[in-house]
Design a protein around this ligand. Structure first.
Ligand SMILES: NC(=O)c1ccc[n+]([C@@H]2O[C@H](COP(=O)([O-])OP(=O)(O)OC[C@H]3O[C@@H](n4cnc5c(N)ncnc54)[C@H](OP(=O)(O)O)[C@@H]3O)[C@@H](O)[C@H]2O)c1
Length: 318
């Protein structure tokens, strides 16, 4: 198993973790018993770095993980997030990073997860109205209180990372990174590296697109959030397929799956990078887990790097 040490504090996590969002939200229907079974299987494999957020569900993803954590808390590295406000019925209520909100969210997450501490606590989206020093200051108090072990940020800019890190060491930055989302490589990832902050790549499979499983809108369920994402319009899917074809061609030669090539490419970006692919299927979990053993040759990396850096992806990330 490939281990990644996140941040200067060296939080050790498997290079391939498990994104749990899709089990409760955004990507269509799912079944609690199946999800709990999948979480058991993940743990058996060694895939014990689990990612959730209070707003997934909303709130039900943490409740699900609470059930999966019961009786074996110490075997799981649990990451959750606060900062995007949603009502019980799912409405979006904006962003908050106020110190009082941070502390209230942490207590609420601990309660839903039914645990005493969170391993890695991320600010999900930064609040432009609240200085990052104030939010991270409140997170530092949570560290002092033993409620969280490590501090993370999600989708922070290079400047925000620098400011946050001066307030309290930041262990991980979680941001989208995949063959169709590479903008973080320009300034943000180099800044994270300069500061010794680890990187957790979310949506490493391009929300499923890079696996080759989504060829048309009808491949998604009617209530799937991706249908409202610009990259999944009919035009975008048709255009962006050319990137998938490149991945599929390399997968064919290597006798692996496109999903494995897409993930191996993310991991090839550095030993300080962990990825958290999301899945609800045991078959996919195993494929994703095994991607850490797939080594892309120099020529394969070059082809993927060059093609993806010049390819014009149709549709914004959000
Ligand atoms: N910080 C943030 O703002 C943020 C934003 C988005 C996501 N995240 C985190 O990142 C995690 C992963 O991102 P994501 O779920 O958006 O995208 P992803 O990991 O890129 O892709 C997930 C999709 O790919 C499918 N899939 C997974 N493995 C596959 C395989 N081997 N073959 C074919 N299809 C496969 C899944 O299907 P099934 O589910 O049907 O198995 C699901 O539809 C989330 O769970 C969440 O924890 C964080």
């Amino acid at each position: 198993m490939k281990i990644v040490k996140l941040g200067q504090q060296g939080l050790s996590v498997p290079a391939v973790g498990l994104g749990c969002m899709g089990m409760s939200d955004f990507y269509g229907s799912s079944d609690e018993a199946e999800n709990l079974k999948l979480l058991d299987e993940a743990l058996e494999l060694g895939c014990n770095f689990w990612d959730t957020a209070d707003m997934y569900g909303p709130f039900t993803n943490e409740l699900l993980l609470g059930k999966a954590l019961a009786g074996r808390r110490d075997r799981i590295i649990l990451a959750t997030k606060f900062g995007i406000k949603r009502s019980e019925d799912g409405k979006w209520l904006g962003i908050s990073g106020s110190p009082e909100y941070v502390k209230a969210c942490c207590d609420a997450s601990l309660k839903r997860l039914d645990i005493d501490y969170i391993d890695l606590y991320y600010q999900h989206r930064l609040d432009p109205e609240v200085p990052i020093e104030d939010t991270v200051g409140a997170m530092a108090e949570l560290v002092q209180a033993g409620k969280i072990r490590y501090i993370g940020l999600s989708e922070a800019s290079a400047e925000e990372l620098e400011r946050a890190h001066k307030t309290h060491p930041v262990t991980a930055l979680q941001t989208e990174l995949s063959l169709w989302s590479r903008d973080v490589e320009d300034e943000i990832l180099p800044m994270a590296r300069e500061l010794g902050i680890g990187f957790v790549a979310y949506s490493p499979l391009g929300r499923g697109f890079l696996t080759g499983a989504i060829k048309k809108r009808e491949d998604l369920e009617e209530d799937d959030w991706r249908l409202s994402n610009p990259r999944f319009s009919e035009e975008a899917i048709a255009n962006n397929q050319r990137l998938v074809e490149k991945v599929e061609a390399i997968a064919k030669i290597k006798k692996v799956t496109p999903s494995q090539v897409a993930l191996a490419w993310v991991l090839s970006k550095g030993d300080d990078i962990a990825a958290i692919p999301g899945t609800r299927h045991a078959k996919y979990l195993k494929l994703n887990w095994s991607s850490q053993n797939i080594v892309l040759g120099e020529e394969e990396k070059k082809v993927l790097d060059e093609f993806s850096s010049t390819f014009i992806v149709v549709g914004e990330r959000y």
